[in-house]
Design a protein around this ligand. Structure first.
Ligand SMILES: NC(=O)c1ccc[n+]([C@@H]2O[C@H](COP(=O)([O-])OP(=O)(O)OC[C@H]3O[C@@H](n4cnc5c(N)ncnc54)[C@H](O)[C@@H]3O)[C@@H](O)[C@H]2O)c1
Length: 332
């Protein structure tokens, strides 16, 4: 039995806890949070779990094999470091750290201590996103031209990181996962309508190799909830709507009719209808938590290990540089 200790049980922690609890061969033994009311809620749901306001109680407990760090991003570095130094494997929420240099230190530490370090990039465990990757890999879309991605909703507004570090994190994780590529250049503009120092909306452009472009729009001040992508290829186009439970993926067999163009020199589109790729959906968090447990049992490197975590932080650092210089094009 793998015993897990959770540090941080605010908004997201209970979801991580529910999923680890449901996995065979592991159990959440302890939960720490600074806020007593959060612990009372946990105790009501799971009376057998030991709760504490002092996370060090978890790190000191020799029965705990692994720690899940589900606290605000700014606290990740010190909590992950202390957990690894206490001999625990670590599952940490995204972003691994707010500085790539700190993330690199954690990678070395985990390696030195022979501990698993995994970062919760939940969309890389999402069946819909995995299906899109399969479709792209098979060449069904043809050459990818561009990807539009939106993550817009009325909050939740954070006070420790901007909407770019919070929301666009996911879009960058998904797009780099889908393309298996890192951007060459980035440029970004954003604004702080609510607070002086943190952007609450942002528009980010990423240039990838092979002339693939991507635009990400993120906002916390928005009337409706939008989570999705449009991927335009030379053969087909794909719409991914993460909110639509019925038809989350729509494949448009639509594009420029080049053979007609050769004859008439006029641009026209072919339109051979739409299809709805079938996907057996599983809760992404369950798949993610199960992967962590599998990696622990089989001593495997997680798909979203420290290196992958730092990769995304490095891209975000360049995006931040561009945001701070009003959209300057920055090499990654
Ligand atoms: N993957 C996703 O889709 C997703 C969604 C939401 C949040 N998250 C991530 O989860 C993390 C937490 O986000 P949240 O929305 O739950 O934040 P939150 O502010 O609601 O909760 C964080 C909790 O951590 C506790 N905490 C902080 N420092 C602590 C310490 N030293 N010891 C014990 N408890 C401590 C706080 O008391 C708080 O209750 C963030 O890294 C965020 O990016 C990921």
């Amino acid at each position: 039995m793998i015993n897990i200790g959770i540090i941080g049980c605010g908004y997201w922690g209970p979801n991580i806890m529910r999923n680890f609890q449901a996995i065979k061969g592991c159990q959440v033994k302890m939960v720490a949070d600074l806020i007593p009311e959060n612990l009372t809620k946990i105790k009501k749901l799971y009376p057998q779990i030991i709760t504490t306001q002092n996370y060090k109680d978890i790190l000191r407990n020799p029965q705990i094999d692994a720690v899940a760090v589900i606290t605000q991003a700014a606290t990740h570095y010190s909590l992950i470091k202390e957990s690894l130094l206490s001999g625990k494997h670590v599952f940490a929420e995204k972003p691994i750290t707010l500085k790539s240099s700190e993330g690199e230190k954690l990678i070395s530490l985990a390696k030195k201590r022979r501990k698993i370090l995994m970062v919760g990039h939940v969309f890389e465990y999402n069946s819909l996103v995995r299906k899109i990757k399969e479709i792209i890999k098979k060449g069904e879309l043809g050459k990818i031209y561009f990807i539009f991605s939106s993550r817009l909703s009325p909050g939740p507004i954070r006070s420790d990181v901007s909407v770019v570090w919070d929301f666009a994190f996911h879009d960058i994780s998904i797009i780099t996962y889908l393309l298996d590529k890192n951007p060459l250049r980035v440029s970004a503009k954003g604004h702080n309508s609510l607070k002086k120092s943190l952007e609450d909306f942002g528009f980010i452009d990423l240039e990838f190799p092979n002339h693939i472009s991507s635009r990400i729009s993120v906002a916390w001040l928005y009337p409706t909830k939008e989570r999705g992508m449009i991927i335009v290829g030379s053969k087909k186009m794909l719409v991914y709507n993460d909110i639509d439970r019925e038809k989350p993926l729509v494949l448009y067999n639509k594009g420029i009719n080049w053979s007609a163009f050769k004859k008439s020199k006029k641009i026209s589109f072919y339109d051979k209808g739409v299809s709805y790729p079938k996907v057996k959906q599983k809760e992404p968090l369950r798949v993610e938590c199960q992967h962590f447990i599998d990696c622990l049992k089989k001593k495997k490197t997680p798909l979203t290990d420290g290196k992958r975590g730092v990769k995304i932080v490095k891209i975000l650092e360049k995006i931040q540089k561009s945001l701070d210089s009003n959209g300057k094009l920055i090499n990654v």
